[in-house]
Each structure stands twice: as C-alpha cells, then as structure tokens.
Design a binder for this molecule. Sequence first.
Ligand SMILES: C[C@@](CO)(OP(=O)(O)O)[C@H](O)COP(=O)(O)OP(=O)(O)OC[C@H]1O[C@@H](n2ccc(N)nc2=O)[C@H](O)[C@@H]1O
Ligand SMILES: Nc1ncnc2c1ncn2[C@@H]1O[C@H](COP(=O)(O)OP(=O)(O)O)[C@@H](O)[C@H]1O
Length: 287
Amino acid sequence: MIPDLILPSPAKLNLFLHIVGRRDDGYHELQTLFQFLDYGDELSFTLTPGEPGVRLAEPVPGVDDEDNLIVRAARALLERVGGDLPGVTIGITKRLPMGGGLGGGSSNAATTLLGLNHLWQLDLSTDELAGIGLGLGADVPVFVRGHAAFGEGVGETLTNTNPPEDWFVVLKPGCNINTGKIFSEQGLTRNTPRIKIAPAFEGDASRYRNDCEDVVRKLYPEVNQSLEWLSQFGPARLTGTGACIFGRFPTESAARIIWESKPSGVTGFVAKGVNKSPLHKKLTELK
Ligand SMILES: C[C@@](CO)(OP(=O)(O)O)[C@H](O)COP(=O)(O)OP(=O)(O)OC[C@H]1O[C@@H](n2ccc(N)nc2=O)[C@H](O)[C@@H]1O
Ligand SMILES: Nc1ncnc2c1ncn2[C@@H]1O[C@H](COP(=O)(O)OP(=O)(O)O)[C@@H](O)[C@H]1O
C-alpha cells in the first residue's frame, strides 16, 4: 500500500552538555546545545479508515510495541483530542542506533506527533504538541519545535540558536549505554557553573564539554578508544549519555576523508549539522 505521508525523523547531537544541578525528584538540570543532523530514521503513515486505532507495520527489534515511543506518542495524541479518527499504520525505517545519544526514540515520537497532527488535521499548536512530547521524554520538545536550541531545565526550556552548520563524523562504539545508569553514577560531575548563552549563539561549541564523558570513558573502553582515535583530527565529543561520539569538520570532503580512514569494524555515518529540522523542512513543503 502506498503511504499517505512519509516523514524524516532526524538525529540530534548535544554539541555540549553541562550538568548544572539536580532537582528534588532526582532529575538532573542540564545546559545543552542541540543541533539536528540531516540523517535519521524515516516514518511512513498509512490511514486505515476501516480499521481504527494505531499500529506499527513491524515491531522495532528489542522494543515491545506498547513501549514504542511511536505508539505512545500516537496514543497520547488520541487521548488529548478524543473523537473518531481514522486508524493508522506506521512504518519505520530505522537507521539510528538505539541508546546512542542521538535521540532516535524521541525523534520518532516527535515525527509521530507532527505527522498525525497533519494527517488528522488536528491543528494543535506547536506548544501543545511540545507539551504532549515532554510527557514522553525530555528530548521530544526540541524535535517538535524543530530549531537548533540551547536547552535548559531537563532540556525542555529552549532558546533557538544558530550554531555553525558543520559536517560531522559520527561513530557508534560497540556498546549500548543506558541513560539512567549514567545519571546514577557517583562520580558524575553535577555542579558545572551555569553559563549564559546569547540566543544568537554562533560560538565554538568545542570550548564546552560533555559532563557525562569522563564517567562514560571509564565505564566503556570502546567509547574511550573511539574518542582517542577521532580526537587526533580535531575536537571530538560524546553526544547525550553516549554511546555515539562525533567530530566536527568544516566541509563534507574533510569529514569523508576521516570517515574513510576509520579503524575496521567501526560503524557510524557522516552527516551535516542543520539548524532547521529536516522534519520541519518537509512539513513546510507540504503546506
Ligand atoms: C541525556 C539526554 C540529553 O539530550 O539524551 P540521551 O543521551 O538520552 O539521548 C536527555 O536529557 C535524556 O532525556 P530522556 O530521554 O528523557 O531520558 P530518559 O532515558 O527517559 O532517562 C532515564 C533516566 O535518567 C535519569 N535522568 C534523565 C534525564 C535527566 N535530565 N536527569 C536524569 O536524572 C532519570 O533517572 C531517568 O529516569
Ligand atoms: N521508536 C523507538 N526507537 C528507538 N528507541 C525506542 C523507540 N521506542 C522506545 N524506545 C526505547 O528508547 C530507548 C532510547 O532510545 P533512543 O532515543 O534511540 O536513544 P537515546 O535516548 O540514547 O538517544 C531505547 O533503548 C528503546 O528501549
């Protein structure tokens, strides 16, 4: 069957990630710079008027359908709007590694919210959709809003920014990292002084760091090795709580030269950093 809508579900990078405190409920307060990549998963939406409800065309390996952020996002939207809406089957082409710090699950949730808002002609505002998204995960709102941003709080207070749109080599070391485990580590830095960033941030993000990096390097030698290798060619960082790392390059050809020389067995990809999400570019074209 030909889908009614096909939308990108891009990756994000945390160009830096500072932990500046801890809330009473144990959640960590962050200051982070989010930028999107022109690389990610793809979701397809097929309306099934004769068959109500939301279903996945195929399960995502390792994730129960009921736990899948796509299904949870669609159900959260249905709960918010109520009424009699046509059913939908959602297909996914997964390219982003899970638990990689690239926000794949959160991005899938945001693409589902925006895709169904469009298909079902719900006309919910971005604020409303970001609010529903926050209930699913701290990274969902930035994907719903679709602009590179300086994030504060747990990542939900967003100020649009315009970091340089450089090219990245993204490497996926051979381990999966659980976000909760890293945030519960004793040795984690939790008191980085808050910084002030002007909304027009165009500075050098490599001057700032990822506070999870030291702990992750100690616990996962694969990440440490990949960071050591990539740092030979310029600043390299962890994204989120890992496991993916990235190096920044001014041109595609510079990035591809390094990519071609990576040690055998290392996986990943080359992508461009973009300040407007590919999802929003596509939705604008559809209007
Ligand atoms: C760290 C970031 C940075 O972008 O990305 P990832 O590495 O996951 O991509 C995010 O803040 C990830 O936010 P989110 O996706 O909501 O985290 P979850 O996996 O739900 O969090 C798992 C657990 O980590 C802890 N946690 C999470 C976020 C936070 N700011 N403080 C915390 O202490 C909580 O114990 C939570 O139950
Ligand atoms: N559609 C989905 N895609 C990826 N992961 C999902 C999805 N739905 C639920 N998850 C769960 O969310 C976890 C975090 O995945 P993901 O967002 O890709 O990584 P990260 O938060 O490290 O960037 C996964 O380990 C998986 O259990």
